[in-house]
Design a protein around this ligand. Structure first.
Ligand SMILES: NC(=O)c1ccc[n+]([C@@H]2O[C@H](COP(=O)([O-])OP(=O)(O)OC[C@H]3O[C@@H](n4cnc5c(N)ncnc54)[C@H](OP(=O)(O)O)[C@@H]3O)[C@@H](O)[C@H]2O)c1
Length: 230
């Protein structure tokens, strides 16, 4: 059975991608820092007849990423890596702290790069593999009160687009997904969004991504409702 690795697979979009992919017969390996969320997501998949397991992993540590990935590749036949884990801090630029800046770049950019660097040699060896980078419409254009988050997503987009060119003509695919706001726990500690009911659900977005994944290298899912965030 082929496996998909999903960073941030314990909640929001990552959890929904895991649920849909395991419905189609793929085994899911969920990564994240909070074990309880990962256990719940794996249980949900198993209850629906799918197969999944998890690894507790903080992707901001390249040492931990390398260690975990080397364990994963010994046990599973990974064909898809979804760099989905991400954090956001919002508000006026001058009020942002250096800790917030670091957390966003270490997670959204460095963490995705560490995972990509660890899985690419396997994909090269297999002459097959897809890396799906969950970016955001914040990786397409600047937004008010999102300067640092947008910067991190532009960085991830630059990384990903460059790899697309580097691996052009290879059997390895790199796919970028740019979506607008989703109603997920991403917003739980933020007052940046006043009305989450105007957003798409993560399930809806996961479905749209997976429909386009086989045929598109750039997946753009704009907000259907009038909200300019994320
Ligand atoms: N929600 C939106 O409006 C929106 C819109 C466009 C794009 N996005 C992007 O979509 C992706 C998924 O976000 P979401 O909306 O589904 O929010 P979410 O439910 O908060 O999911 C983010 C996941 O990332 C994990 N994570 C965070 N830091 C991590 C770390 N250092 N190591 C490992 N895992 C980590 C979190 O789990 P732990 O905290 O347990 O580690 C969490 O499960 C993110 O990249 C986000 O930027 C979100």
């Amino acid at each position: 059975m082929k496996s998909v690795v999903i960073s941030g697979g314990g909640s929001g979009l990552g959890k929904e991608l895991g649920a849909l992919l395991t419905n189609k017969g793929t085994h899911a390996i969920l990564l994240g820092r909070t074990e309880k969320k990962l256990i719940d997501a794996v249980e949900m998949i198993k209850k629906n007849g799918g197969e999944a397991n998890y690894y507790v992993l903080d992707i901001t540590s390249h040492i931990e990423v390398e260690k975990t990935v080397s364990e994963i590749v010994k046990r599973y036949d990974v064909e898809l890596l979804i760099n989905n884990a991400g954090v956001g801090h919002f508000g006026p630029f001058l009020e942002a702290t250096n800790e917030e800046l670091l957390e966003m770049f270490q997670t959204n950019v460095f963490g995705s790069i560490y995972l990509t660097k660890s899985f690419l040699p396997l994909f090269q060896k297999n002459s097959a593999g897809t890396i799906l980078n969950i970016i955001s419409t914040a990786g397409l254009r600047g937004k008010k009160n999102e300067a640092l988050y947008v910067s991190s997503k532009f960085a991830l987009r630059g990384f990903s687009e460059s790899l697309q060119k580097e691996y052009d003509g290879d059997a390895i695919r790199i796919v970028n997904a740019f979506m607008g706001g989703m109603d997920t726990p991403f917003w739980d500690k933020s007052d940046h969004i006043s009305d989450k009911s105007r957003m798409r659900t993560p399930k809806e977005v996961a479905k749209m991504i997976l429909e386009e994944l086989p045929v598109k290298d750039e997946i753009v899912i704009e907000s259907k409702k009038k909200t300019s965030v994320c």
